[in-house]
Design a protein around this ligand. Structure first.
Ligand SMILES: Cc1cc2nc3c(=O)[nH]c(=O)nc-3n(C[C@H](O)[C@H](O)[C@H](O)COP(=O)(O)O)c2cc1C
Length: 397
């Protein structure tokens, strides 16, 4: 069965739900990884006070027993602790006149001032909604908590075939990390000591300064995150049909994350201005196929090529500014100031964690297509058999 998932829920509703189908029976999810990844999504310098209200955890509602998946869809919920503070304003069912009056009198009033850069305006027009809140509650990146939980399960699956996925921050506003050459999984351990998720300590400190400056000016920042996946064998994805091309799926998954506006695979943008002789990664054979460079970022012909997968994603500055931008009221059409609501100055480290999760999902989906397996041992055995057939090993010869 193909790997797929769907999420449901709003930012201040009872919680964000995910239902994942196609994970093999017998997989033993790592509870600590699930908690840790949800915690990492909430971390990073520049987040709003909401992150101290919530301490995310995922409750498994179905598909697992005694720590092992049992073959049915896995349902999970990440509860929104902040929901308690919203009362009737987030009720799924109709509310009374008194409750409506109370909602109108408090911060939870109807929102009629759409934010430039957010889903607000197009959302109310498209769905014929009376209140921008109906849009922002679902458009909000709170939804990514469920995607991170799904990503953690996918990492558990990838672990079984020796694939690991690591995100980090390479730019915040005008501050860039130094260029990195080869990195290995062990290099990402230092991120626990960083505030913004940058491998380089000096750049991480400069990024904190950059965020402080934007916060002082009541402004916001974006940046660039990078995800590297190690241990991918050649041949995940396919050139055979456009919907199977893994580079396209990864790019689509990356852009499906709120606020992501550009994707680069390998040295994609720089390669566009170079000659072919300076771009393509030459092959050698020493007990297995290898290359000395990886400008392609591990993907050729819509497939992994055996080198680490490298993806960079550009995040725009967040659209909710404490110094509101100009907008037009949905009620009066008069000039107005856009909604100001508790918001992050930047969520760049969280974005790296979410990017890690969505790319882990795409790699797990491609691996599941390649190796099949209703039971985890069948999946692992198919991978082992494949590696015994091809002249490639995860370790460089
Ligand atoms: C982890 C994460 C946290 C975010 N936090 C905020 C936030 O606090 N305030 C905000 O205005 N936008 C935030 N965003 C971005 C908005 O959700 C996004 O810009 C909006 O939904 C419009 O979608 P688009 O930018 O993809 O076009 C966040 C995005 C991510 C990935």
């Amino acid at each position: 069965m193909a790997l797929s998932f769907v999420t449901s829920g709003q930012s201040h509703g009872p919680g964000i739900v995910a239902v994942v189908s196609g994970l093999p029976a017998g997989l033993e999810p790592d509870r600590e990884r699930l908690r840790r990844d949800l915690g990492r999504r909430q971390a990073g310098y520049g987040r709003s006070p909401r992150q101290s209200i919530e301490t995310d955890d995922a409750e498994i509602l179905g598909g697992m027993r005694h720590g092992r998946l049992i073959g049915g869809p896995v349902a999970l919920i990440v509860r929104n602790r902040d929901h308690e503070n919203w009362g009737a304003a987030q009720s799924a069912w109709p509310v009374t006149e008194e409750e409506l009056a109370d909602i109108a009198a408090r911060r939870t009033r109807t929102v009629v001032v759409p934010r430039p850069g957010h889903a607000d305006l197009a959302g109310v027009l498209k769905y014929d909604l009376p209140d921008v809140r109906d849009v922002l509650e679902r458009a909000s990146a709170r939804e990514t908590s469920a995607r991170v939980a799904v990503g953690a399960l996918c990492k558990d699956l990838l672990d079984r075939i020796g694939i690991s996925v690591h995100g980090h921050v390479v730019r915040v506003g005008s501050v860039a990390a130094p260029a990195y050459g080869d990195l290995g999984p062990a290099d990402f351990g230092v991120l626990d000591e960083r505030q913004v998720g940058c491998l380089d300590a000096a750049a991480d400190a400069a990024m904190v300064e950059e965020i402080e400056g934007a916060k002082r000016d009541r402004d916001t920042l974006g940046g660039i995150v990078e995800v590297r996946a190690f241990g991918c064998p050649p041949g995940l994805g396919s050139y055979a049909s456009e919907e199977l091309r893994l580079d396209a799926r990864i790019a689509g998954a990356a852009l499906s994350i709120q606020a992501m506006k550009g994707v680069e695979i390998g040295e994609g943008w720089d390669n566009a201005s170079r000659r072919g002789s300076a771009v393509h990664d030459e092959l050698r054979y020493e007990g297995g196929y290898r290359r000395d460079t990886n400008r392609a970022g591990g993907l050729e012909g819509g497939m992994t090529n055996g080198e680490p997968v490298i993806v960079r994603i550009a995040m725009k500055p967040l659209p909710t500014l404490m110094k509101p931008l100009r907008t037009a009221s949905l009620d009066t059409h008069e000039p107005a100031e856009a909604l100001v609501e508790r918001s992050d100055t930047t969520a760049i480290w969280a974005a790296a964690v979410v990017a890690e999760a969505v790319i882990a999902f795409e790699l797990a989906r491609a691996a599941k297509e390649k190796f099949g397996g209703d039971a985890i041992e069948d999946f692992v055995a198919a991978h082992r058999h494949y590696l015994s057939r091809i002249p490639w090993s995860p370790e460089a010869p």
